[in-house]
Design a protein around this ligand. Structure first.
Ligand SMILES: [Zn+2]
Length: 262
């Protein structure tokens, strides 16, 4: 089998608010009627290697089903899907919209959630995309938020200015997402093996870099299974080890070992 290009998709969805009627106040409210459930307003996506994100919105389609199918097809094409809070929000929210609108679920894909990585591996003051982008100086966030645009955007014919602001906002999130992904890449555990996906023998399992000069030997790594070589990719900075013990002659069972905890 020849080498293949790994299809890595970055995406971000914008969902409108619920509209409800009921009694109470800001803190204590009883819903008696759902006027409108949450719906997908638009999304932005970028394949790894694309120069710019692509913005897709509901008014470009005749039906909601066609609109949702367009994103479902992207997820289906992808080997890996990256989204911020994707595992808890975007991926699941889309599944909700699919099942509601009789759109078949996407074929299974590997999901990488940059929010989950930020939370599990680092101690940031906030794990929101904007706060992380700000703190890690990945770029400027937009001052507008989609919440300011929602009312007009959800109308039948939103103003062109509203659409262009929404596009700017949504695309910016995907650009920040991609930068955040690469920033956090050395700390992402259990990333799908890019060497396997690209069918490249010598590639870095984390980023797919196959330039041998850029994969540096670090040190020996003793494990219960034998002695392995540890490497560091100079492109993505991830540490990894040889798939097999480096030398069978090293692969002997030691006669002695340390006492656990001593
Ligand atoms: Zn790498």
């Amino acid at each position: 089998m020849e080498q293949r290009k790994v299809k890595l998709l970055f995406y971000d969805i914008e969902v409108c608010r619920d509209v409800v009627e009921g009694y109470g106040n800001k803190w204590d409210f009883k819903v008696v009627k759902w006027v409108r459930h949450q719906e997908l307003m638009c999304y932005s996506y970028k394949w790894k290697g694309d120069a710019k994100p692509t913005f897709v919105y509901r008014h470009q389609f005749n039906t909601m089903k066609e609109f949702l199918t367009s994103l479902r097809d992207l997820q289906t094409d992808a080997d890996i899907v990256v989204a911020h809070n994707g595992k808890k929000f975007d991926d699941k929210m889309m599944n909700r919209f699919y099942v509601k609108n009789d759109v078949d679920l996407p074929s299974p894909f590997f999901s990488v959630d940059t929010c989950q990585v930020a939370r599990s591996k680092y101690k940031f003051h906030s794990n929101s995309l904007n706060e992380l982008a700000d703190y890690l100086e990945l770029g400027h966030k937009e001052n507008i938020t989609y919440k300011d645009l929602e009312d007009d955007f959800m109308s039948k014919e939103p103003a062109p200015k509203t659409i262009s602001l929404m596009k700017k906002y949504n695309n910016m999130d995907v650009e920040l997402l991609e930068k955040l992904y690469y920033k956090l890449l050395p700390g992402i555990s259990n990333h799908p093996n890019m060497a396997r996906l690209s069918n490249t023998h010598d590639a870095c399992p984390q980023c797919g870099n196959s330039d041998e000069e850029l994969i540096g030997r670090e040190k020996y790594r003793p494990t219960k299974m034998g002695l392995y070589m540890q490497y560091k990719c100079k492109v993505c900075k991830k540490y990894f080890q040889s798939a097999r013990p480096i030398d069978p002659t090293f692969d002997v069972k030691p006669r002695f070992r340390n006492i656990a905890g001593n």
